[in-house]
Design a protein around this ligand. Structure first.
Ligand code: FAD
Length: 342
């Protein structure tokens, strides 16, 4: 296999951005995703995050994708991890496995209960919240690398020992419009404070459709004492079907204007344009309001999210980054075919 590493160019506008990907389900989708990753990496993101199926259902495929990012790009891969239903020992083994392949960034999540389970019942396992998972990741990492040995110049057989745990980035989820199960908006801020106290150093938000949802939430979080950056999660919604699905999954309130625009637009290209324009405006507004960057839900495709970044000013419009098409020509054509038939 050719070892090609795609470097972040940072020939960008200085606005930090990142993308979320999910593990592919077929070999063809995996090949297509590798091409997508080449394109996304060439744009210079801060990190590429990879989702994790509830109850560990995507453990191997998530890890494979993270390994690919590590081996083929210079972008930091961020592993989503969930702890729902795990014992303390199982979660520790899982964290160690990810650390052992070289992952140093995590998005620590509690995860959703299995279908039909009631909050507060025993489905949770040993860890009851994302905050406890944050603590456990720090704990496992500290135990794993308790010290570093260095050769002493002139004394080839001697070693100096230094306690120097490698820093890990631990992001957590935040919900500008409230977690569907939270009892009040105060609870969402309190949860974020608990995650901060546990050692989280970044938050990424659930998708939202109005800049004020994010900006007001961030302001309330700051006033309550949340100090880490809160990255807005932005999803380009490029069809009425996708909008319906994500509202069902996220429980977010219906964005009526966007919904009507998508429903009345007859063409797929026109719907895509509406989704890109809406996401780009949202990104530009939150950035103007002080957001520390943008995190885009990429749906394993690069064209749409890169266009959103160009339109909101986070990427130069003239593509100054190198085209990775030359890196994997076979993969490029496979990717195109898969998306054409999707
Ligand atoms: P927690 O923050 O632990 O919260 C769960 C509930 O308990 C909330 O109602 C919260 O308010 C309450 N709570 C927790 N601690 C406290 C406290 N100390 N005080 C008061 N209330 C508290 N799911 C996946 O399965 N895989 C993924 O890859 C994935 N990626 C995601 C990425 C992002 C950016 C986001 C926003 C969500 C993602 N999810 C993913 C969904 C996530 O698993 C669900 O939202 C899940 O229901 C809760 O996880 P959490 O980490 O928010 O839990």
């Amino acid at each position: 296999m050719t070892e090609t590493r795609t470097s972040p160019t940072s020939a960008t506008t200085g606005v930090p951005f990142s993308f979320e990907l999910y593990p592919p389900k077929t070999d063809a989708a995996a090949t297509a995703l590798h091409t997508t990753i080449d394109h996304l990496a060439a744009a210079g993101p801060e990190f590429l995050s990879v989702t994790y199926g509830a109850n560990g259902s995507s453990r191997t495929s998530s890890l494979d994708l993270l390994r690919y990012i590590l081996a083929h790009t210079d972008v930091d891969p961020m592993a989503h991890l969930t702890c729902v239903g795990s014992s303390h020992a199982e979660a520790s083994v899982l964290i160690r496995e990810f650390l052992d392949v070289g992952i140093r960034s995590f998005l620590a999540l509690r995860g959703d209960p299995p279908q039909g389970a009631v909050e507060g019942e025993s489905f949770l396992g040993d860890l009851h919240s994302a905050a406890e998972l944050v603590q456990l990741i720090h704990g496992v990492q500290t135990e794993r690398v308790p010290y570093r040995e260095t050769v002493i110049p002139g004394l080839p057989d001697a070693r100096s020992v230094k306690t120097e745990p490698v820093k890990v980035r631990i992001a957590v989820a935040a919900f500008p419009n409230g977690h569907p199960r939270s009892r009040s908006t105060t609870q969402d801020i309190d949860t974020l404070l608990a995650k901060q106290a546990a050692g989280a150093n970044l938050a990424i938000t659930q998708l939202f459709f109005h800049a004020d949802d994010f900006l007001c939430f961030s302001q309330r979080a700051r006033q309550a004492g949340v100090e880490f950056p809160i990255l807005p999660g932005i999803m380009p919604v490029t069809s009425p079907g996708r909008l319906r699905r994500i509202l069902e999954l996220s429980g977010e309130p219906l964005p009526s204007e966007l919904s009507i625009s998508l429903e009345v637009e007859p063409t797929i290209e026109g719907q895509r344009e509406i989704g890109i324009e809406h996401a780009a405006r949202l990104a530009a507004d939150v950035l103007a309001g002080g957001a520390p960057g943008v995190h885009l839900y990429a749906f394993n495709q690069h064209e749409t999210v890169l266009e959103v970044l160009r339109r909101c000013g986070a990427l130069p419009t003239a593509t100054s980054h190198r085209s990775p098409a030359s890196i994997h020509p076979a993969a490029h054509s496979a990717a195109h075919n898969v998306r054409e038939s999707a």
